[in-house]
Ligand binder design. Sequence first.
Ligand SMILES: [Zn+2]
Length: 75
Amino acid sequence: MKKLFYINYPQEHIEGHLHRYRCSHCKEETTIINGRLEGHLPLCTYRKKLENDGYEEDGVESTKNLASHDADDFD
Ligand SMILES: [Zn+2]
């Protein structure tokens, strides 16, 4: 179980598929991303932004607390 879901990324409709959407940055499907930052491609602008904001980084105090608390959730 995850504490956070990263679903506020820009999405776009996949042409020709009625109910399928993808990240407008890395074009990965939402069903593959599944709310996980790791679901985005490594070069995804959205993923890189969150990583730059401190996700999974030890340098940011608040994130460090979250990461240690929910260490089991990152696999
Ligand atoms: Zn993405």
